[in-house]
Design a protein around this ligand. Structure first.
Ligand code: ADP
Length: 465
């Protein structure tokens, strides 16, 4: 059935599926005036006739995880005689018993049958790296958005298919699960992101003509301030397919093939639209071209060009695919890339109020983790003043470290305790105090304090609001 839907997408009609019959019946068929023709591709599918279908396709595929898209009846309802060609390499199917073109071999050889079972098994087969092609939609949770089977992905040659697997495995993020309320502070950034991406998806009729949605959005600011969280919230709240690609993914594994990877990524995003592509650490991928010491790597230059080409393609299309990029160093970005990221949003360090909420969130007066009670006595207002310049992730780190202190004290007791002698529940953890927290602060410096001037200067020059 996957083959059938692939065929339908590619040729706008259903394939005719028949089974090759025995030699004598074959002769009768031919003498009946209908000569089978195969198509003129180097690997072809045979012409087939409705009446001879004997093996119900739906039955064969029932053991697989494929989502049937149409009934067996539908699969045979069209009977056009057009000279369709199909490059099997696009689909990776091995159909046994199919003749090659040329000479007499344009007829199937005697006694050959189409192995439907194998065909369907191949369509849903598990590739060597162990991820079934349609693993993306095999999740049994009905509340989740089901993705179309990857095997119906158009124009997928063997190599592209492999890259599509990489994208699905390393880059496609199953369920980001970040809500707007999980992001503390950042009210302006949240509002701007909603206006730029969320509302166009929710109310597309409003966003036409001059209001047509932005296709590229840049979130910039100090590291650890919630840029990734914002992108994930977009994907969660809009229920879009989320592709998270960072420089490290590209560089570590796919340096040579990175431009193809980019192409496949955008293809897949269009295929699974509405989608969000999140390009993290953009400055590492799209630094100003030609500035790398010792000249730029050819592969990297090609990849940058491909990224620009794909972004242009998006800008011209109506596909609901949004590119969200994040950068800690926006001034290092390539100008051509910057032009395509029309909307730029500063995700700044948390305000004093946001810091207070964060500390309270991560270190509430009483929390329980793993059956252990953690108590705090903190002057949240004082601590929020003292953490000026700290990013969200810095504050989280400080909270973690502060919470670790009383736990550390009981390690000795735990290590010495004999099984049966004492009980974990008997051990009382010390309360975390304001002094503990302040002590941690003196040992943990903020990671991006002195860049804030630079961000605001860049904002004045480049932000479009
Ligand atoms: P970046 O801006 O570098 O993409 P992230 O969004 O990855 O930063 O944030 C890193 C971590 O810091 C998050 O996983 C989260 O735990 C914490 N954090 C940072 N900013 C916030 C925020 N505004 N609200 C809640 N958590 C935050």
């Amino acid at each position: 059935m996957e083959y059938e839907s692939y065929y339908f997408v590619k040729f706008q009609k259903y394939p005719k599926i028949t089974k090759k019959v025995l030699e004598t019946e074959d002769k009768q068929l031919r003498s009946g005036g209908r000569t089978r023709r195969t198509a003129t591709s180097s690997q072809n599918v045979p012409r087939v006739k409705k009446q001879t279908v004997q093996q119900p396709v739906s039955k064969t595929s029932s053991g697989s995880t494929a989502k049937p898209k149409s009934s067996t009846k539908e699969s045979t309802r069209q009977n056009s005689d057009g000279a369709d060609t199909l490059d099997q390499s696009n689909f990776g199917l091995t159909i046994s018993g199919i003749s090659k073109t040329g000479g007499d071999s344009s007829h199937p050889r005697k006694g050959q049958i189409i192995d439907f079972h194998k065909m369907i098994q191949d369509a849903v087969r598990v590739p060597p790296d162990g991820i079934p092609l349609n693993s993306l939609n095999s999740d049994p949770d009905p509340s989740e958005r089901l993705l179309k089977p990857l095997s119906a992905f158009i124009g997928m040659t063997g190599e592209m298919r492999e890259l599509a697997m990489v994208v699905s495995k390393d880059i496609y993020l199953h369920k980001p699960n970040v809500k707007w309320d999980d992001i503390i502070g950042l009210d302006t950034a949240k509002r701007l992101v909603k206006e730029a991406v969320v509302y166009p998806i929710k109310y597309p009729e409003l966003f036409t003509g001059i209001l047509s949605p932005w296709k590229g959005l840049l979130l910039y600011g100090p590291p650890g301030t919630g840029k990734t969280l914002l992108a994930k919230a977009v994907a969660t709240e809009c229920n879009t397919t989320f592709f998270n690609i960072s420089a490290s993914t590209i560089v570590s594994k796919w340096r040579g093939d990175s431009e193809k990877l980019v192409r496949v990524l955008f293809e897949l995003a269009r295929y699974h639209a509405p989608s969000t592509i999140f390009l993290d650490e953009l400055e590492s991928v799209m630094s100003q071209r030609g500035t790398a010491p010792g000249g730029e790597h050819e592969g990297s230059r090609r990849m940058k060009t491909e990224l620009l080409v794909q972004m242009d393609g998006l800008a011209r299309s109506d596909d609901l695919v949004f590119v969200l990029a994040a950068s800690n160093l926006p001034w290092e970005l390539d100008r051509a890339m910057l032009r395509r990221l029309e909307k730029r949003i500063l995700v700044d360090l948390p305000s004093e109020e946001a810091r207070r909420v964060m500390i309270q969130h991560w270190l509430p007066p009483l929390s329980k983790s793993g059956g252990v009670e953690l108590r705090t006595e903190l002057d949240y207002s004082l601590l929020s003043q003292e953490t000026s310049g700290y990013s969200g992730s810095d504050i989280k780190l400080v909270c973690k470290e502060a919470a670790m202190r009383p736990v550390r004290k009981i390690f000795d007791a735990l290590e010495n305790h004999q099984p049966g002698n004492s009980n974990l529940a008997m051990i009382q953890l010390d309360t975390i105090t304001t002094a503990d927290f302040l002590d941690v602060i003196t040992h943990t410096k903020p990671s991006a304090k002195n860049l804030s001037q630079k961000y605001t200067a860049w904002q004045r020059e480049f932000e479009s609001v």
